[in-house]
Design a protein around this ligand. Structure first.
Ligand code: SAH
Length: 219
């Protein structure tokens, strides 16, 4: 359970969860965690009143907090496809909302963000929530975080045009990568390492809309 944060009304949050169920999200653990995660603290005050709408919202620096449906879908796909998840890598910390959802479902979360001020804000929110199983790094997540890998799961919340080979390399045996791929048109991909081989099985899940994965870092 998350500590020390004011919550909007239970009804507002229940309505969002019902919407996710209506759209086909079925994983109860994911729905429970999202019901109990205060999304409004990941937004600037002026936008906080819209936090429980099922929509992506701006977080500054041209970036967005992902739509709740997308967060739920990606998380349930990750949990459903992976075996035992010990370490998960997230590419694109952004506001830290997806990070916070993951941190309540898996033992250890690593998250990489290229824009320093976004990372600083996310770090402060995670601290406020009392989450201690998250490590953040300011770097180009297209190269993953090799020192901490391999990971049973990797989730990218920014879209490259092609699958970053470095991320595949950092997948543990039977590890899974959930990632949007494309430009103006994007599709969510589920890529699974076949046992401990260097073969990968890819499933294209559904059309999505993410900000692009951008190379390099920014202060
Ligand atoms: N998971 C975030 C979504 C933020 S949008 C949330 O819940 O709020 C995607 C994020 O990916 C942005 O913050 C963007 O700066 C970041 N990003 C884009 N390219 C990146 C890269 N190469 N390495 C790390 N982060 C990247």
């Amino acid at each position: 359970m998350l500590q020390g944060v004011g919550m909007t009304s239970a009804r507002t949050r229940d309505r969002l969860i019902q919407r996710l169920v209506d759209q086909g999200v079925t994983n109860m653990r994911v729905l429970d965690v999202m019901r109990n995660t205060p999304r409004h603290i990941f937004l600037d005050e002026a936008l906080a009143h819209r936090a429980y709408e099922d929509t992506a919202l701006p977080i500054g620096h041209g970036q967005t907090l992902s739509q709740p449906y997308t967060v739920a879908r990606m998380t349930e796909i990750l949990l459903g496809a992976a075996g035992k998840l010990d370490k998960v890598l997230e590419v694109g910390t952004g506001s830290g909302y997806q990070t916070t959802v993951l941190a309540q479902l898996v033992p250890q979360v690593y998250s990489v963000e290229r824009i320093k001020p976004l990372q600083d804000k996310a770090r402060e929110r995670l601290r406020q929530l009392g989450l201690r199983n998250v490590s953040l790094r300011h770097a180009d997540g297209g190269f993953g975080w090799p020192e901490m890998g391999p990971y049973e799961g990797i989730l990218s919340t920014a879209a490259p045009h092609a699958v970053p080979q470095e991320l595949l390399k950092q997948l543990a045996p039977s590890g899974v990568l959930v990632i949007p791929i494309g430009g103006r048109e994007q599709h969510l991909h589920l890529i699974m390492r076949d046992g401990d081989s260097d073969n990968f099985v890819t499933r294209v899940i559904e059309p999505v809309k993410f900000v692009p994965l951008v190379s390099g870092t920014s202060r």
